[in-house]
Write a new protein. Structure first.
Length: 337
């Protein structure tokens, strides 16, 4: 008997292109999937709905009045909270979905790079991957056995007893948690102003609520399932996995792959991001192949120009690889995940 599975995400018009790549990449690597794709939406145009539906019959669901009213109350009390608060709290809505054996939530600013059937079939009731706080606590255990100073880590989501915390961009939730009891329980936390005053102003929203509500109920997997370029070296050094192992790459943070950036600026600000941005663009190009001849012509001319002018030249800066490194000065890290 076929199990009832659901892939869920949230989106708006500003994230629609990312959502399209998410759906396309998920279906590419998971052709076995025959479940529902549910998208909780905020101001999504009919044009973008049509684009997303072209890949798979999507179920679009508006936010509930309950969360809308709770969000409005919160903003009235704390107007300094981030402007996109209403959008970020949409992920809480997944807990009101019913009749699924397993629901996998993926953020729209991510892309699948492999088969995640094992996530849907995982026996644990709630599966997620570590966030920046959890990796930093893990890092300090490693650093304690070296000459390097420990990282300065703030209290995870303002709570002194939270260490095994997770990033809410990837969550696999079983039906035992898809209940009215748990939905109402986490929604009530929106009205707990003490949480928001102590830590909500730092930009953490749904992730803070999920971690507090589901404390000690989540099984942490490794970074393959939520590989974030933002903390690439945490994942590589502590989980011993690279982007080649990743099954889901998640662009947490301010750099989103559907915007155009100057490569030189990215090389200066976040050089490790460039390969991830190019990988996402490759999937986007594949997703849209054959739909825009003008774009195809432009890319072909770019390739021809490079081949004729640069393809046979050696870079003047070429040097042999080395495993030598220099110890960096200690810095106080500010976690943004």
């Amino acid at each position: 008997m076929k199990k009832a599975y659901c892939l869920a995400t949230v989106t708006c018009d500003n994230f629609a292109l990312g959502t399209e790549v998410l759906i396309y990449s998920f279906l590419k690597y998971n052709p076995w999937f025959e479940g529902d794709i549910v998208i909780f939406i905020d101001h999504l145009s009919s044009t973008n709905k049509t684009r997303l539906n072209a890949h798979y019959p999507v179920k679009f669901i508006e936010r509930s009045k309950q969360i809308e009213q709770a969000t409005n109350r919160l903003r009235n009390h704390l107007p300094q909270l981030r402007a996109d608060l209403h959008l970020r709290l949409l992920s809480l809505e997944v807990l009101r979905l019913r009749d699924y054996e397993k629901l996998v939530f993926l953020d729209s600013d991510g892309m699948c790079c492999g088969d995640i059937r094992d996530v849907f079939e995982h026996p644990n009731e709630f599966l997620a991957a570590p966030d920046g706080f959890a990796y930093e606590h893990k890092a300090n255990k490693l650093l304690a056995n070296t000459q390097s100073p420990l990282l300065a880590i703030p209290k995870s989501y303002g709570q002194s007893n939270l260490t095994n915390t997770f990033n809410s961009g990837f969550m696999a939730i079983s039906k035992s948690y898809l209940t009215g009891e748990h939905y109402q329980g986490i929604v009530r936390l929106i009205d707990d102003l003490s949480l928001w005053r102590s830590f909500g102003v730092k930009g953490f929203t749904d992730q803070m609520l999920f971690n507090i509500y589901f404390k000690n109920k989540v099984k942490l997997t490794d970074g393959r399932y939520n590989f974030m370029p933002f903390i690439e070296q945490y994942i590589q050094q502590l989980d011993k996995v690279t982007m080649l192992d990743a099954k889901f790459i998640h662009f947490a943070g301010v750099i989103k792959p559907w915007f155009n950036y100057d490569d030189k600026e990215i090389l200066e600000l976040a050089p490790h991001y460039l390969k991830y941005l190019h990988l996402w663009r490759d999937v986007w190009n594949e997703c849209t192949l054959g739909t825009d001849n003008q774009f195809a012509a432009w890319r072909i001319k770019q390739q021809y120009y490079w081949t004729e002018n640069y393809g046979a030249k050696h870079p003047t800066s070429m040097q042999a690889l080395s495993n030598e490194y220099e110890e960096q000065p200690a810095v106080k890290l500010v976690n943004q995940l």
